[in-house]
Design a protein around this ligand. Structure first.
Ligand code: DQA
Length: 144
């Protein structure tokens, strides 16, 4: 069975409490549970969250040879982190970038991503459903 790591960056542990008008009321635990249920028997989901850039880099490095692909919502680090980009390129795993909100309909500084040009795909604006779409898309590519 394929293994997909779903990695979440800073402040996503506060989903459901944080800026509800933008991110909604669904918690990160709800998203984790939803993915587990949705993909049971189809792939193994390794779900994690960290607020630290270095910890995210460590986590990505640990995935080398252990998973088939990565879904990543790097939160604010999406817009700033060369280190997370480099880690993703170093492990050379296919990855999909996901955001709950439509980052292109928000502040200018959110329009830029250090990851997007190397991602297999980018999904944003669909809320929690975006995670399911990202895993689905990745599995489809891995099956080819
Ligand atoms: C986010 C969008 C980012 O700009 C923001 O910093 C986040 C969440 C999203 O899922 O919409 O923390 O990645």
């Amino acid at each position: 069975m394929k293994k997909i790591a779903v990695i979440n960056g800073p402040n996503l542990n506060l989903l459901g409490q944080r800026e509800i008008g933008i991110y909604g009321q669904v918690s990160l635990e709800d998203i984790r549970r939803g993915l587990e249920e949705n993909f049971r028997g189809r792939c193994e989901i390794l779900f994690s969250q960290s607020n630290g850039e270095g910890e995210l880099v460590e986590r990505i490095q640990q995935l080398l040879g252990r998973v088939d692909g990565i879904v990543i919502n790097a939160g604010a680090y999406t817009h700033t982190s060369v280190a997370i980009r480099d880690a993703l390129l170093a492990v050379d795993l296919p990855f999909v970038e996901v955001h709950l909100s439509n980052i292109f309909a928000r502040e200018e500084f959110r329009h830029r991503s250090t990851l997007a040009d190397r991602a297999k795909g980018v999904i944003c604006g669909f809320g929690p459903a975006g995670y399911r779409m990202a895993v689905e898309g990745l599995l489809g590519m891995l099956a080819d």
